[in-house]
Design a protein around this ligand. Structure first.
Ligand SMILES: C[S@@+](CC[C@H](N)C(=O)[O-])C[C@H]1O[C@@H](n2cnc3c(N)ncnc32)[C@H](O)[C@@H]1O
Length: 264
C-alpha cells in the first residue's frame, strides 16, 4: 500500500499529491523523503507508516542527500529512538547504523549475483566494503579468503561485528583506497568495487592488485547516453567487458551501472 493510500481521508487532496511515491525499509527502520510543504504533517505520516508496517519501529526523514566520502545522509528522527537496526539480506544478518555508515537494501540483488559468481579458492577483495553486505554472503557460500577495505571507522567496526554475527572470518582493513597498491602486496582473483559517486579513477588504481585473468566488478554512476562512450574507453584501456547491467536510478536520469571485466 502506498503512503497516499495510507493517508487518504487524513490529509487534504492537495497535500496527498505531495507525498513521496515510496519509502525504504532497513531492518526496523522506515526511511522517507517528506517535502518541506508537509512539515506540519510529518509525525502523522510517520505514524501512518508505522501502523501499516508492524516491523517498523523507527521512522527517519531524509533531510539531506548522501554526502561526503562516507556517503552518509542526514536524517530527522520522527518516531522511535535509534538509528541502529538489524537487517536481514541474502540469508545473512547485518547490524547497521544509518546515521554512521552507508547502507541501502537496493543493492541486495547485486550482492547475491556477485556471491554466486565467486568460486571456491579465490582471494577476494571488496573495496568500499561498508558494513560487509557484499563480502559476508560470498564467504557464507564459498570457501574463499576475503578482505574488506573502508575508510570509515564506524563501518569497519560494524563489519567486525557482522563477521561475528554471521560466524565468518574476514580481514577488515581501515584505510584509504587511494593507497590500495601500497596496502596490498599480493594480487587478488576478484575485486568488487562499489565505488562512491563519480570516483572512476579508482579502477586504474586496482589494476596492479588484480591477478592476470582475474575479475573486477566495477560500479559507476552514468546517464544512459554516456554508456557507449564509457564502454569504448574501458576497452581502449585494456578491459574485456564480460557483462554489464543497469542497477537502478540514483538521481534524475543518473543510474548505477555495474561492469564485470577482465584485464586483457
Ligand atoms: C557507496 S558506499 C558502499 C558501501 C557498501 N559496499 C554497501 O554496499 O553497503 C561507499 C563506501 O566507501 C567508503 N569510502 C569512500 N571513500 C573511500 C576511500 N577513499 N577509501 C576507502 N573507503 C572509502 C565509504 O566509507 C562507504 O562505506
Amino acid at each position: 500500500m502506498s503512503l497516499k493510500d495510507l493517508l487518504k481521508g487524513k490529509l487534504p487532496q492537495e497535500k496527498l499529491t505531495l507525498l513521496p511515491g515510496g519509502f525504504e525499509v532497513i531492518g526496523e527502520i522506515g526511511i522517507i523523503n517528506i517535502p518541506s510543504a508537509l512539515d506540519d504533517e510529518k509525525y502523522l505520516i510517520a505514524q501512518a507508516l508505522a501502523s501499516h508496517r508492524k516491523d517498523i519501529r523507527t521512522v527517519l526523514r531524509k533531510v539531506d542527500k548522501l554526502k561526503g566520502e562516507k556517503r552518509i545522509g542526514e536524517f530527522e528522527l520522527l518516531l522511535g529512538n535509534t538509528t541502529g537496526t538489524l537487517h536481514r539480506e541474502n540469508g545473512c544478518i547485518f547490524q547497521v547504523d544509518i546515521a554512521k555508515t552507508y547502507f541501502s537494501g537496493k543493492l541486495a540483488f547485486e550482492r547475491n549475483r556477485i556471491s554466486e559468481s565467486a568460486k571456491d579458492g579465490e582471494n577476494i577483495l571488496v573495496l568500499f566494503c561498508g558494513v560487509g553486505p557484499f563480502l559476508i554472503p560470498i564467504k557464507k557460500r564459498r570457501n574463499v579468503n576475503i578482505t574488506g577495505l573502508d575508510n570509515n571507522p564506524d563501518a569497519c567496526a560494524l563489519f567486525r561485528k557482522n563477521a561475528e554475527l554471521n560466524n565468518i572470518g574476514a580481514d577488515i582493513i581501515l584505510g584509504d583506497a587511494n593507497l590500495m597498491a601500497d596496502l596490498f602486496k599480493k594480487p587478488f582473483d576478484r575485486i568488487v568495487m562499489p565505488a562512491p559517486y563519480s570516483q572512476d579513477h579508482f579502477l586504474m588504481l586496482a589494476c596492479p592488485i588484480l591477478k592476470s585473468g582475474g575479475t573486477i566488478h566495477f560500479y559507476t554512476f552514468k546517464k544512459d547516453f554516456e554508456i557507449p562512450h564509457f564502454k569504448r574507453l574501458l576497452e581502449e584501456k585494456g578491459w574485456h567487458i564480460d557483462f554489464y547491467r543497469d542497477c537502478g536510478g540514483v538521481a534524475p536520469r543518473v543510474k548505477r551501472y555495474v561492469f564485470d571485466m577482465q584485464r586483457r
